[in-house]
Every structure is written in structure tokens, then in C-alpha cells.
Design a protein around this ligand. Structure first.
Ligand SMILES: NC(=O)c1ccc[n+]([C@@H]2O[C@H](COP(=O)([O-])OP(=O)(O)OC[C@H]3O[C@@H](n4cnc5c(N)ncnc54)[C@H](OP(=O)(O)O)[C@@H]3O)[C@@H](O)[C@H]2O)c1
Length: 277
């Protein structure tokens, strides 16, 4: 299994996203993902599926310590007491004994100073509710400031062949964190891409597998594709076996065009669009 190794932390690089799965299918889908081989599951308070994710893990029969579980504090819960209360509630819903990684889902410094939220996350970690903490959707300068405040280990951000995040990668490399790429197959859009299709033909791989392999071959990068389809869940996991050439990687670099698929009204000012063509 592909693993990201940092001091005090090993993370399975191929994770399974759970946002948007039909609620009545979450438990069985997570169970299936674990049977296929995923050992890293991503959820959030906002997805309203933590209890079902926890049941999927429990009923899979896998040893709890074999699975890396991430959840996220919603930005409306960024005040110190709310971080503490809702982290405990997430843990109770998941029923996994300890969260592996707890993230702040979106910057919330328009509501609560970032220092207060990240210090509260650190306290939650010290209380043993989570083993590690991190952030999500932090642009590079804000991520740099976050590292000054708290022992964060990741920034979970949108990243796929159409959206490069080199400025964030640089901060993570300098500060010693890993990147978690969400929407790694651009919400399915990569399937129709002629370049990814052509590269896929050379490797007997689908465009989605090529997109995932591209991200996995970059340093310290985890991916969390989501699918509700059993065959696609397995195919996405098999992307870990695809090895792209340097020439393939360069061609995919050239697809970056600053295309952002997730941009809610409360999003922070993003880093300028990056191109590597
Ligand atoms: N931190 C954040 O703010 C944030 C934001 C967004 C997402 N996330 C996390 O990242 C996870 C993944 O992101 P995402 O769900 O936005 O996008 P994604 O994983 O890039 O794409 C999911 C979409 O692609 C389809 N798909 C899956 N496998 C495919 C394949 N092999 N070929 C073609 N289409 C395929 C899925 O449909 P089917 O289900 O029909 O297969 C679904 O519509 C989320 O579930 C969530 O855990 C985090």
C-alpha cells in the first residue's frame, strides 16, 4: 500500500471520500471500500454521515487501528468551546475511540480569530480526542501562518490535473506537512479528457486512474476520490498500481488551467491560478 511517512505519522495515500454519498448507502459503501483495500476514510461534521461511516468501519471487521479516519470541524464551530464540544460529538458519532486527523474544514477567521480555533484544535489533540490536526482550504500565506500557531500536518485542498497548487506544496514542503487532494478526479470530469485518455491507453488505465496516479506520484500527496459505484471504487483504488513516465507527468502538468470546482461565498481569497504548461 502507498503510504506517506512523516515523523510520528503514517498516512495511507489512497483515501476514500464520503461527501455526497446517498445517506442510506454510506455504511455499506464504506464497508465495501475497506474490503477493496482503502485504509483511509474522509468525512466531516458537515457531511452528516459520521455515524454511518463509523458503522461501516465497525461492521467491516477490520481492526480499528488499521484504518486512518479523518473528520472536520465545520467553520460555524470555530470558537474555542464549539471546537471542543463538536470534536467530542464527532468522536461519539464515529465511535472509533480516537479520531486520527481532525481538520478545520474552511478558514473561519471572518468569524473567529484563526489563533483561537487552531489553539483549540491543539487542545483537543492534547486531550487525546484526535491524534493529529490540520486545516482545509487554506491558501498558501494563511497556511504558513497556521504552521506558526499549531502543529498541523496537512492542508486538504482541491487538487486535480486542472488545478495546480504549487504554492501550497511549497509551504508544506518547507514546514513538514503532506497535501491531501480533494476532488482529485475533478468530480468525474477527467473521464472525457483526450490527453488523459491517450495516456491511459498506454498504461491500460482509465483517465480517472491516470489522474489519481499523477497526484500519487507527486511528493507527500494523499488523494481521497469518492464513488458510490462498487466497480469505480475498486478501479480508483487500483490507480495505486499505475506508474506514469516523466513524459506523462509533464503532459499532465500542462493541463493545469486554474479550474476551481468548489468555491463557496465564504471561501478565502485564493492563491493566483498556477500553470505549468
Ligand atoms: N475539504 C473540503 O472542503 C472538501 C470539498 C470537497 C470534497 N472533499 C472530500 O473529497 C472527496 C472527493 O471529492 P469529490 O467527491 O468532490 O470529487 P471526486 O472524488 O473528484 O469525484 C467524485 C465524482 O466522480 C465520479 N467518479 C468516481 N470515480 C469515477 C471514475 N473512476 N470515473 C468517472 N467518474 C468517477 C463520482 O460518481 P459515482 O459516485 O457515480 O462514481 C462522483 O460524481 C469528497 O467525497 C470529500 O470526502 C472535501
Amino acid at each position: 500500500m502507498l503510504t506517506i511517512a512523516l515523523p510520528d505519522l503514517e498516512v495511507p495515500a489512497l483515501g476514500f471520500g464520503t461527501y455526497g454519498l446517498p445517506h442510506d448507502a454510506v455504511e455499506a459503501t464504506v464497508r465495501h471500500a475497506i474490503e477493496v483495500g482503502y485504509r483511509h476514510i474522509d468525512t466531516a461534521q458537515m457531511y452528516r454521515n459520521e455515524a454511518a461511516v463509523g458503522r461501516g468501519i465497525a461492521t467491516s471487521g477490520i481492526d480499528r487501528d488499521e484504518v486512518f479516519v479523518t473528520t472536520k470541524v465545520w467553520r460555524d464551530h470555530a470558537a474555542r468551546d464549539d471546537v471542543h464540544r463538536t470534536a467530542r460529538e464527532s468522536l461519539d458519532r464515529l465511535g472509533v475511540g480516537r479520531i486520527d486527523l481532525l481538520l478545520l474544514h474552511w478558514p473561519a477567521d471572518d468569524l473567529v480569530p484563526m489563533e483561537e480555533t487552531l489553539t483549540a484544535l491543539t487542545e483537543v489533540r492534547e486531550a487525546g480526542i484526535t491524534a493529529h490536526i490540520g486545516v482545509s482550504n487554506f491558501p498558501a500565506p494563511m497556511l504558513d501562518r497556521a504552521f506558526d500557531v499549531a502543529p498541523i500536518v496537512t492542508d486538504q485542498v482541491e487538487h486535480h490535473p486542472y488545478l495546480a497548487v504549487d504554492a501550497i506544496r511549497q509551504v508544506l514542503a518547507e514546514r513538514g506537512g503532506f497535501l491531501t487532494a480533494y476532488s482529485p478526479i475533478a468530480k468525474g470530469r477527467v473521464a472525457d479528457d483526450p490527453v488523459l485518455q491517450e495516456i491511459g491507453k498506454q498504461h491500460d488505465a482509465t483517465p480517472a486512474q491516470v489522474a489519481l496516479a499523477y497526484l500519487l506520484q507527486r511528493p507527500d500527496t494523499a488523494v481521497i476520490p469518492r464513488s458510490s459505484d462498487p466497480d469505480r471504487i475498486a478501479a480508483n483504488f487500483a490507480a495505486g498500481d499505475v506508474r506514469l513516465s516523466d513524459d506523462d507527468l509533464r503532459r499532465i502538468d500542462g493541463l493545469a488551467r486554474g479550474q476551481r470546482l468548489i468555491d463557496p461565498g465564504f471561501a478565502p481569497p485564493w492563491d493566483p491560478p498556477e500553470q505549468r504548461a
